[in-house]
Design a protein around this ligand. Structure first.
Ligand code: SF4
Length: 274
């Protein structure tokens, strides 16, 4: 059973291996906190392309964010599309989040975050109803500079398969608390981004493409194509047995050719009892 230090080291090796594969990940400045929160919600189990297409459909369909706030979840789900991952859940959470913040701050810009501290901002989002802890972690980290490691289903799935987290037994809050202890603040954003990228590219929900994964040799859940059964290694024959078989072969060929005398000479010696 790996302890905290083992998992911490494993996590660092994962970060380094993914960095070699995908390159350095630099945090981007957040220019629109509301859209940033929406992207964080939409990105769970979805690709970046799916998220951007969904954002485009939302912009085209709703007059503005306030219109989105007062819209009913079925309408938002239709805009996201039937095949959009977890569309029903996301269509319910997005207007709930916008509405709760609006009722408190009368704002669809969320400039109140500029005055909030790291701890205060995280606590604020954590208190909102239907808003998962990973959204609070994303907002506190990206808008207020807090040290946070958001754990959505993607991060839980990848790090669960790698044996670093146990999503079946640990809550989202517990997993985040562990990762925030295990990863330095200066590396947390990059580690999170790299894990999310792997989740999107290869370690997908249904069938991970382990054969292409940079972590396949160290991953306890890697599913690799079998190379077929190895042939049983043949034991070398003893000299005595080799001679016996040769004589038997010679006897057979002489018998078939009709030479009785030569065949008698070549008849294999019976096996000796030991
Ligand atoms: S080896 Fe497979 S299961 Fe493990 S992290 Fe890579 S893609 Fe996911």
């Amino acid at each position: 059973m790996p302890n905290f230090t083992d998992k911490m080291k494993r996590l660092e090796r994962v970060r380094q291996a993914l960095r070699r594969r995908y390159g350095e990940a630099l945090p981007a400045a957040v220019t629109h906190p509301v859209e940033h929160a929406m992207r964080a919600i939409l990105s769970e189990e979805a690709t970046t392309e799916q998220v951007e297409q969904a954002m485009g459909r939302i912009r085209a369909h709703f007059v503005d964010l306030n219109d989105l706030r007062v819209s009913r979840p079925p309408e938002i789900r239709d805009v996201l599309g039937a095949n959009f991952p977890r569309s029903g859940h996301k269509a319910r959470v997005i207007p709930r989040l916008l509405d709760q913040v609006f009722k408190q701050y009368n704002s669809m810009v969320w400039d109140f975050l500029e005055k909030m501290g790291k701890i205060e901002s995280r606590a604020y989002f954590e208190k909102l109803e239907d808003v998962r802890p990973f959204i609070a972690a994303v907002m506190a980290r990206d808008c207020c500079g807090a040290h946070a490691f958001p754990v959505d289903n993607d991060v839980a799935r990848v790090l669960g398969r790698l044996g670093i987290l146990n999503p079946a037994k640990e809550s989202e809050v517990q997993m985040q608390a562990f990762l925030e202890r295990a990863v330095k603040a200066s590396r947390a954003h990059e580690a999170h981004w790299l894990v999310k990228y792997l989740a999107e590219e290869l370690c997908v929900v249904a069938a991970p493409r382990c054969a292409l994964c940079a972590l396949r040799k160290a991953c306890p859940s890697a599913v690799l194509p079998s190379r077929g059964k190895k042939r049983a290694k043949q034991q070398p024959l003893s000299v005595r047995e080799r001679r016996r078989r040769l004589r038997a072969q010679l006897h057979r060929s002489l018998t078939e050719s009709g030479s009785d005398t030569a065949a008698k000479k070549a008849r294999p010696a019976p096996r000796r009892k030991r």
